[in-house]
Ligand binder design. Sequence first.
Ligand SMILES: *Cc1c(COP(=O)(O)O)cnc(C)c1O
Ligand code: SF4
Length: 353
Amino acid sequence: MSQDAWKQQLAAAIRRVEDLPSDLLVSLGGAQALQRVADEYPMMIPRRYLERIDPSNPHDPIARMVLPDPRELEVDPVCQVDPLGEDGYEVVAGLIHHYRDRVLLLVTTRCASYCRFCTRKRLAGRGWGQLTERQLDVVVSYLEQHGEIREVILSGGDPLVLSDQVLDHILGRIQSVPSVRMVRVGTRMPAVLPARITDGLAGLLARHRPLFVVTHFDHPRELGAEARRALELLVAAGLAVVNQTVLLAGVNDDVGVLAELFCGLQELMVRPYYLHQCDLTQGTGHFRVPLRQGIELMGQLRQRVGGLCVPQYVVDLPGGRGKVPVALQHVASMGLSGSVLLDPEGRPVPYPL
Ligand SMILES: *Cc1c(COP(=O)(O)O)cnc(C)c1O
Ligand code: SF4
């Protein structure tokens, strides 16, 4: 495939509700209601990703992730526009410094596809666009003045909407800071626009090692032939690849679906890293899975598949209180003479100090 095919695919992605296939529109109840949603929260769907939708299934999981839903406009009192309080940790434009040794750098607010459940719905597709050279200067001097920052996580938006040349430049500037030892690039491209993963890009990222690529797959049906090829390319280039998934009602809130997704990733040598509880973002309430159900799903998953297929289930606490793991508790009690642990079936096992 040509190194630039992704640019054409990105330009040809569907952005207007009226351009959706008519069979799909009919099953969604017409264009008008959906366009009102898309006016508020932009829609964008690459055509090849759209082909993964089964239009005869009104509950298609892929459709649910990318097609506007009138429920996005309902105001949910437990949800917030900026649920993680990120704006309060934005130390200079685009840079979120919440944890001592690592920062998020939002390099763009654009993506190849807008996930309806996005935590940064306030920005995705409607924010400021792309970090300017002037803003990058300010970011780099912040990094230089904060030697405690050893890891920079490129995020957005999707950093891989930027051209190879721009990415190379940004990575080079960040890595010119001696205290920055590690870079992560978060991207949903391998799932939604796998043509973006070219030999050229994989080589470019590999030249900036140590670098982790953090992909975002939510459903096993996203692991088609092209997505597999994209992941294989990254791994073959010598990059470490890990994946994050968001737990989504009606998409992957099922142990069989999660097992198929995580084992499929593991077979491609992509390590499932986090399963995120869906954040309390305004406009995404219909995606939330109760915490108790999420914990039970993780317990079932651990029984069914090997540990390398099991990500850590995390909740990013509202109001910027931080990311914490949640799990079934296997410590029944802890005393001065020993503890009582629980086996996988929940039966107590005494354990010495
Ligand atoms: C999640 C997150 C990170 C990365 O956390 P890890 O647990 O190291 O993956 C860094 N900064 C912010 C603001 C985050 O939300
Ligand atoms: S790709 Fe990431 S940043 Fe973009 S809409 Fe989806 S979840 Fe949000």
